[in-house]
Design a protein around this ligand. Structure first.
Ligand code: SAM
Ligand code: SF4
Length: 487
C-alpha cells in the first residue's frame, strides 16, 4: 500500500489560477468535414461544447483530436479570470501560424469571451472568423457557412428562454459512466466580482421532462452517474408556462405548476436506484432544508455539496454582494451536518485578496475553513474583471504579492483539512462506483465514493467500469483514498 500513496498534492497559487482545457476526440462516422473544439473554464463550458458538437454533427462535421486535420477550430472560452482570457489569446496566436498554411480554415471564438468582447474580438484577433455567445449556438452552421464564403460573423444575442432542451449532446471526453446534464442557464445573482451574469445572461430553467429523458437515455446506454449542472442549481424553478426565473417569480400565482430543485432531484432519483445523482453549484443563500431532506431520502443522491463561501468575513461578503453573511453560511453547514451527517462531503470556492480585504478579514476565511472542515476547495486570488460591479465601485487595492501569499495560506490550510477529513474514512466500508483504471497503472481501479472522493483499489480483473463495489478504506493522502474490496 505504501508505494501507491503519493505525497500530498500541494498546488501553487499560479496553478490555482491556471485554466485547464479539454479537446474533442477523434470520431469518424463518414462526415465530410472535421471540427476541433478546445474548451476552457468551468464544467458548464465543457457541457456547452457537447451541445455545439451535436449541432455541428447534424450539419456535416465529425470531431477530431488533431487541430491540423480540422476544417473548423472552435475555442470555447472562459472570462472568469484575466489569466483564462490570456490563455485563449496565446492559443489564438498559435493557431495563426496554422492558418497561414491553410487559409481556408475557419476559426471561431465561442462562450464567455465572445459574449464579453463581441465584434471587438474580430478587430483585436485578426484570424478569428466567427464570434458566437453562449445563447447563439444554433446559428453556428450558418455563421460557419458564411465564413467559408469569406464573410466574418458575430452573434452574441442573449436569450431569455434558450436552454437547448431539445438537443441531445454528443458526449465528449466521456468515460461512459459519468455524464453532466445542464439543467439551467445564466445567473440572476450579481456577485460583484463576477462576469457570468454579463456573459451568460438571465437565469432560465430547462424543462424537467427533457432532463429526466436525457438521464434515462444515459442510464440505458450504461452510464451510472449524472451531475446536474447550473451556476446556482438550488434556484432551479420551472413551470410549463414560463422558464425564465425573474418572469416566473412575477407570475407565480398565475402558472399551473412549479417544479423546484428538490422536486427535480426527486424526479431524477426515481429513474433507477442504480443511477447516482450529483449536482453543482449550490449557492448558500438558496440551498433549502427541503433539498437536504430529499438528498437524505434517496440513497442514490450522492452525499456531497459544493457550497462556495468565497470569504469567511461578513463585511467582505457584503462587498462581494453574496447576500449572506458568515453566520448564515455556518447555519447552512450545521443544517447539512444535522440532516446528512458528518460523512457528507462539503467543498468550496475561495477568493483571496478581494478589494479592501484586511489581514484580520483574511484570517476569518482561515478560521471558517477550520470550522467547516472542507473536504476540498477551488481557490483563487481576486482578478478584477471589466464591467463587473466591483470593477466599477471598488479599487483593486491588494498588491499581487499579498494576494498570492494569502492564497498560499488558504491552499495550505485546505491541504491540512483534506488530509484530516480523509483520515476519518480509514477503516470504513464505503460503496464506490468504478470509473475505470487509475491514471498511474492498469493494476489499479479508480472509483468515487458518495462524498465525491477518489478511491483507488487493486484491479482484481473482474470488476468493470460502471460496477458498484463495497470497499474498505485502508489509507489516504490529501487527495485520494486507498482501499481494498470488502468481501
Ligand atoms: N456560480 C458559482 C457560485 O456562485 O458559487 C460559481 C461560478 S464561477 C464560474 C466559479 C468560481 O470562480 C467562483 O465561485 C469564484 O470563486 C471564482 N471567481 C469568479 N470570479 C472571480 C474573479 N473575478 N476573481 C477570482 N475568482 C473568481
Ligand atoms: Fe457568478 Fe455569483 Fe452567479 Fe456564481 S452566483 S455565477 S459567482 S454571479
Amino acid at each position: 500500500m505504501e508505494n501507491i500513496i503519493k505525497d500530498i498534492d500541494i498546488i501553487s497559487p499560479e496553478e490555482a489560477q491556471a485554466c485547464d482545457f479539454k479537446t474533442t476526440e477523434e470520431e469518424n462516422t463518414g462526415k465530410s468535414k472535421k471540427l476541433y473544439i478546445e474548451s476552457y473554464g468551468c464544467q458548464m463550458n465543457f457541457s456547452d461544447s457537447e451541445i455545439v458538437a451535436s449541432i455541428m454533427k447534424e450539419n456535416g462535421f465529425d470531431t477530431t483530436s488533431d487541430f491540423e486535420q480540422a476544417d473548423v477550430i472552435f475555442l470555447n472560452t472562459c472570462s472568469i479570470r484575466e489569466k483564462a482570457e490570456q490563455t485563449v489569446r496565446n492559443r489564438l496566436n498559435h493557431f495563426n501560424s496554422v492558418k497561414k498554411n491553410k487559409p481556408e480554415l475557419t476559426i471561431g471564438v465561442l462562450g464567455c469571451m465572445a459574449e464579453r468582447l463581441k465584434d471587438k474580438l474580430l478587430e483585436e484577433e485578426k484570424i478569428v472568423d466567427v464570434v458566437v455567445g453562449p445563447d447563439a449556438y444554433r446559428d453556428l452552421p450558418n455563421l460557419v457557412a458564411s465564413a467559408e464564403e469569406g464573410n466574418k460573423g458575430v452573434n452574441t444575442f442573449l436569450s431569455r428562454e434558450e436552454t437547448y432542451a431539445d438537443i441531445s449532446p454528443v458526449r465528449l471526453n466521456s468515460n461512459g459512466v459519468t455524464a453532466f446534464i445542464s439543467i439551467m442557464r445564466g445567473c440572476d445573482n450579481m456577485c460583484s466580482f463576477c462576469v457570468v451574469p454579463f456573459t451568460r445572461g438571465r437565469e432560465r430553467s430547462r424543462d424537467p421532462h427533457s432532463i429526466v429523458n436525457e438521464a434515462q437515455e444515459l442510464f440505458e446506454k450504461g452510464y451510472r452517474e449524472v451531475t446536474l449542472l447550473g451556476q446556482n442549481v438550488d434556484s432551479y424553478k420551472w413551470s410549463p408556462e414560463e422558464n425564465n426565473k425573474a418572469r416566473l417569480n412575477k407570475k407565480e400565482g398565475e402558472v399551473s405548476k412549479v417544479v423546484n430543485f428538490a422536486n427535480l432531484l426527486e424526479m431524477v432519483a426515481l429513474i433507477d436506484p442504480k443511477l447516482r445523482i450529483r449536482f453543482s453549484t449550490s449557492h448558500p443563500k438558496d440551498i433549502t432544508d427541503e433539498v437536504l431532506y430529499t438528498m437524505k431520502k434517496y440513497d442514490n443522491i450522492c452525499k456531497y455539496i459544493h457550497l462556495p463561501v468565497q470569504s469567511g468575513n461578513s463585511r467582505v461578503l457584503e462587498l462581494m454582494n453574496r447576500t449572506y453573511d458568515r453566520e448564515w453560511y455556518l447555519d447552512r453547514v450545521r443544517a447539512i451536518r444535522k440532516i446528512l451527517g458528518e460523512e457528507c462531503g462539503i467543498s468550496s470556492d475561495m477568493i483571496a485578496g478581494f478589494c479592501t480585504e484586511t489581514e484580520e478579514e483574511h484570517q476569518d476565511t482561515l478560521t471558517l475553513m477550520d470550522i467547516v472542515k472542507y473536504d476540498f476547495s477551488y481557490m483563487f486570488y481576486y482578478s478584477e474583471r471589466p464591467g463587473t460591479l466591483a470593477a466599477k465601485k471598488f479599487a483593486d487595492d491588494i498588491p499581487l504579492e499579498i494576494k498570492k501569499r494569502r492564497l498560499a495560506e488558504i491552499i495550505e490550510k485546505q491541504n491540512q483539512l483534506s488530509l484530516e477529513r480523509n483520515k476519518l474514512d480509514i477503516g470504513k466500508i464505503q460503496e464506490i462506483l468504478i470509473e475505470g483504471t487509475s491514471k498511474r497503472s492498469e493494476a489499479q481501479l479508480k472509483g468515487r465514493n458518495s462524498a465525491n472522493k477518489v478511491v483507488i483499489i487493486p484491479n482484481d480483473g473482474l470488476l468493470q467500469k460502471g460496477d458498484y463495489v463495497q470497499v474498505r478504506i485502508l489509507d489516504c493522502s490529501a487527495a485520494t483514498l486507498f482501499g481494498e474490496i470488502a468481501s
